[in-house]
Design a protein around this ligand. Structure first.
Ligand SMILES: CC(=O)N[C@@H](C)C(=O)N[C@@H](C)C(=O)O
Length: 593
């Protein structure tokens, strides 16, 4: 038996990712967007054969998939090099040339649903209403369309089509913590929760008949529960809650007259089945820790796309009380046991608020005793038990990683999530500082062995912590981080603008706070080596946010390494880019140990 060398760190990125999937109405073919070729394309699996075959060669990220209900053709939305301006194309299930259905340069389209006969496409677009969006019905045969809803007051998007196609659900997004659902029928639009002016969210909703809609909502509650709305009587009834968990997805299974419910609790997800007649809730074990997508076929078979801390994204289907692996993406050369399962740590913050964090530890024989702090992005998102090649690679190389779910994170209740609104830079920052103090005081790390890295809001937090608490860190990596709240609120996509006042604040009335909470204010105090990474096409945190920091730090003679990826946006969608970025991150930390 030969002795094999230790796996190269690039192996962690030689696994593949799945952005989305769908199963055809006859349950013969599964289509997914995956980067098996190094770029994202649609690939198919015949469910009785399993070897994947490519359908497209567009090399772009997917932003939505829909099968015609007879399985004759497929719709897919793709953006261009990370610009998030998704365009809608049709293609045959066997793949081939893409037929443009809604392609408008510089505009974003959100794929909705097809009518039963496959002729009408319901979708949302920025093309005639860049701030509030419009909902359209497009006749694919006649190439004619009508505006069904003209968005007003909040970004408005199509959500679901009623079974008889005489009503549909739509969403109005007033804020990340105030996002309501409405039913549109006979020319009238009615909220499906009792009072849409009271801030709450509707996480998910599904028709079970023409008259019955089941929804997951935080209406007058902190954690999302299951409720029922009667379309004709317009009555709202709470059905059930699961203490400490938020129901985030509701899927109807017509074949058994039940609902599959995905719930989230902190760093993991759970799955349940609720029988509508028996009113019985059953817990279902999961093969993953986080569910990225659930779909239930016409025949009542649930499929999930999900991942775990040491398990890359994979698709599973439920068969006779077990989960069958449909895809088997792994990290080549590195067994799951060789990777790091994080511990969940809870620590008190500066005001005694309890914060949960994930802590990844390297094997003792490789441990270099350095800790990397990772404030997550969003900020109304959370770090969860989901495979991140970068984390596993850094831990394999000997680094410890701490990822706190500071106030404002999702999955800890609506009121906790609200705590970052209008306070981007105080409470959440001190939660990160408290995380470091806790780790130092409890001997998880020595004070002089700490690095910092974050992306997007996490990049903002990395910059802010560098500017205000730079003594903690040896070196800092910022991945497309917000650097200046004044320029950020002006440069986001138009349809984000209605939420900016509640989310971040008002640059005029909150001028002092914007100044206090903008990392750019603290450039003079940023003296540690920095590595800044930015996608040139990022529509969320535009390149000017990183340029501002790089230009000024260079003028101050601070060592800044700047990597701009010309064909990327808010993330690294191309394998070669992902590998190069992560190779340079590792090298940067190694160089500054
Ligand atoms: C409007 C909103 O919450 N957008 C987030 C999903 C987002 O993209 N936030 C950025 C700033 C990030 O941190 O990723």
């Amino acid at each position: 038996m030969p002795t094999f060398p230790k796996a190269d760190v690039t192996q962690f990125f030689r696994t593949f990712s799945i952005q989305n999937f769908i199963v055809d109405p006859h349950e013969e073919q599964l289509i997914c967007s995956t980067n098996l070729s190094g770029h994202f394309n649609l690939w198919a699996l015949d469910l009785n054969q399993r070897f994947p075959y490519p359908l497209t060669s567009i090399n772009q990220s997917n932003h939505g998939l829909a099968y015609d209900k007879n399985g004759h053709f497929l719709l897919s939305a793709f953006d261009h090099d990370g610009d998030e301006n998704a365009q809608i194309y049709a293609l045959p299930p066997e793949g081939g040339t893409l037929l443009p259905i809604q392609v408008n340069e510089g505009e974003r389209h959100m794929l909705g649903e097809l009518s039963e006969d496959g002729r009408m496409l319901y979708y949302t677009s920025t093309k005639e209403n860049s701030t509030y969006l419009n909902i359209y019905r497009y006749d694919i045969e006649n190439e004619k369309e009508e505006v069904l809803i003209e968005g007003k007051e909040a970004a408005t998007s199509f959500a679901a089509l009623g079974p008889d196609e005489r009503s549909f659900l739509l969403r109005k997004h007033f804020a990340n913590t105030h996002s309501c659902m409405y039913v549109h029928k006979n020319g009238r639009t009615t909220a499906i929760t009792p009072d849409p002016t009271i801030p709450h969210t509707v996480e998910s909703a599904a028709y079970t008949t023409n008259k019955d809609v089941y929804l997951a909502t935080t209406y007058e509650a902190d954690f999302s529960y299951l409720a029922h709305f009667h379309v004709d009587q317009q009555t709202f009834t709470k059905i059930l809650d699961i203490p400490g968990e938020s129901i985030i997805n509701v899927h109807f299974d017509q074949s058994s007259n039940g609902l599959y419910l995905v719930t989230s609790k902190g760093v993991t997800d759970q799955l349940y089945y609720y029988h509508l007649v028996e009113e019985k809730l059953t817990s279902i074990d999961l093969p993953v820790e986080v569910v990225d997508k659930l779909m239930v076929t016409n025949g009542g078979i649930p499929y999930i796309l999900g991942r775990g801390s040491t398990l890359p994204m994979n698709i599973f289907r439920r068969k006779v009380k077990t989960w069958e692996t449909i895809t088997d993406l792994r990290v080549p050369g590195i067994a799951r046991e060789a990777m790091s399962e994080p511990e969940t740590i809870r620590y008190p913050s500066y005001d005694e608020t309890e914060i949960e964090a994930l802590y990844f530890k390297p094997k003792p024989e490789v441990d270099n005793s350095h800790l990397i702090l990772w404030p997550h992005g969003g900020p109304q998102a959370a770090e969860r038990k989901m495979f991140r090649a970068m984390f596993q690679m850094l831990v394999y190389e000997g680094y410890r990683i701490l990822a706190p779910n500071f106030r404002g994170s999702s999955n800890y209740g609506l009121s906790f999530m609200k705590e970052v609104e209008g306070d981007w830079g105080y409470g959440p920052r001190l939660d990160n500082v408290a995380a470091l103090d806790y780790m130092i005081e409890n001997n998880f790390v020595d004070r002089d062995k700490i690095f910092l890295i974050g992306g997007s809001y996490g990049g903002y937090m990395a910059l802010l912590l560098h500017g205000r608490h730079g003594d903690y860190f040896k070196a800092v990596v910022d991945i497309f981080g917000v650097s200046n709240l004044f320029s950020f609120v002006e440069s986001v996509p138009d349809f984000w603008k209605p939420i900016m006042k509640q989310w971040v604040g008002d640059p005029l009335t909150d001028q002092e706070r914007f100044k206090r909470d903008s990392p750019i204010t603290y450039l003079e105090q940023m003296s540690k080596p920095m590595f800044i990474i930015q996608g040139a096409n990022d529509p969320r945190v535009v390149k000017a946010e990183s340029d501002q920091v790089v230009d000024k730090l260079r003028a101050n003679n601070v060592a800044v390494k700047y990597l701009v990826l010309d064909d990327e946006g808010h993330g690294f969608s191309k394998k070669d880019n992902e590998i190069e970025v992560n190779r340079q991150i590792l090298q940067f930390f190694n160089n500054h140990q």
